[in-house]
Design a protein around this ligand. Structure first.
Ligand SMILES: Nc1ncnc2c1ncn2[C@@H]1O[C@H](COP(=O)(O)OP(=O)(O)OP(=O)(O)O)[C@@H](O)[C@H]1O
Ligand SMILES: [Mg+2]
Length: 267
């Protein structure tokens, strides 16, 4: 279980998150959506205990503000939005860092399996910095997967915390990565993924939360929240939804024109 209760984050006088309360069960994928600057990455950092926040975050009952890092590391892995690597590590070394941060230190087979899962088999000896943008993103995902390889630990479910996991991926790899996330949850783990792609969110997530200016604007199943008024508020533009999808895709924005006044942006 992941419980966020009354989470607020302020930097100086700037309010970045205000009073966000969310509860997520393991076995589910939660997509966090919303405009640039809405607070999505900050919310993930609050889940990880990486920003000073008021309120409470509990992961499997552990208060992340006070839990020992070595207790949390085997329980949750993160794919940050920005993943620059400054030194000349190989892809294999990056993935091994994830495995060693978890409790799989003696199982290098996991590295190979994680690389295979993201379509990077046979690439472990390459300098990470020479990989393409999408390959680096998938390599970092392999690192996170290797950290929480079994979706359920003896002490409880494990969690994947992903910030825009498909941002630089082609269509096929977007679907493969979302399927990985889905399978992780179906096997008993928990997934929280910041997403800009609403169709993928609707296809793969159990629940979607929309942030607007640091507040939780809406939260629910895709059918409950993929509605024009909610999306128009979240993104500040007029959106027409095509709600007659083929299998999988629920809703497709057809037009997107700026509203005269963009709620939450200009107001
Ligand atoms: N340490 C900080 N100091 C000042 N402002 C910050 C800080 N961290 C975040 N912010 C501000 O908080 C807002 C939310 O940032 P955040 O990175 O959470 O947005 P986001 O929803 O992830 O956006 P994007 O879709 O562009 O990634 C932004 O306006 C950002 O400038
Ligand atoms: Mg972000």
């Amino acid at each position: 279980m992941l419980d966020l209760v009354n989470i607020s984050v302020r930097v100086g006088r700037k309010v970045i998150l205000e009073d966000v309360t969310l509860h997520q069960r393991a076995g589910e994928v939660l997509a966090i959506c919303g405009a640039n600057g809405a607070g999505k990455s900050t919310l993930l950092k609050a889940i990880l205990g990486e920003v000073p926040a008021t309120g409470t975050v509990r992961l499997n009952g552990h208060d992340v503000a006070t839990a020992r890092p070595d207790r949390l590391a085997p329980l949750r892995a993160v794919l940050p939005q920005d993943t620059e690597v400054a030194f000349a590590f190989t892809l294999g070394e990056i993935v091994a860092m994830g495995r060693e941060a978890g409790d799989f230190a003696t199982s290098p087979d996991i590295d190979r399996a994680a690389l295979a899962a993201v379509g990077l088999s046979g690439r472990a000896d390459e300098d990470f910095r020479t990989l393409s943008g999408g390959e680096r993103q998938r390599g970092q995902l392999a690192r996170a997967l290797a950290q929480v390889w079994e979706p359920v630990a003896p002490t409880g479910p494990r969690w994947l915390i992903l910030d825009e996991p498909v941002a630089s991926l082609d269509l096929g790899h977007q679907l493969r990565v979302m399927r990985l996330a889905r399978r992780f949850a179906d096997a008993g783990g928990g997934v929280v993924a910041v997403m800009h792609d609403l169709n993928l969110s609707a296809m793969f997530a159990d629940r979607i939360a929309f942030l607007l200016d640091g507040r939780l604007e809406a939260e629910g199943t895709p059918a409950e929240v993929m509605q024009a008024p909610i999306l128009e508020r979240a993104y500040g533009c007029r959106i027409t939804l095509n709600a007659t999808p083929p299998q999988g895709t629920w809703l497709l924005p057809q037009t997107c024109e700026d509203l005269p006044v963009r709620p939450g942006v200009d107001a």
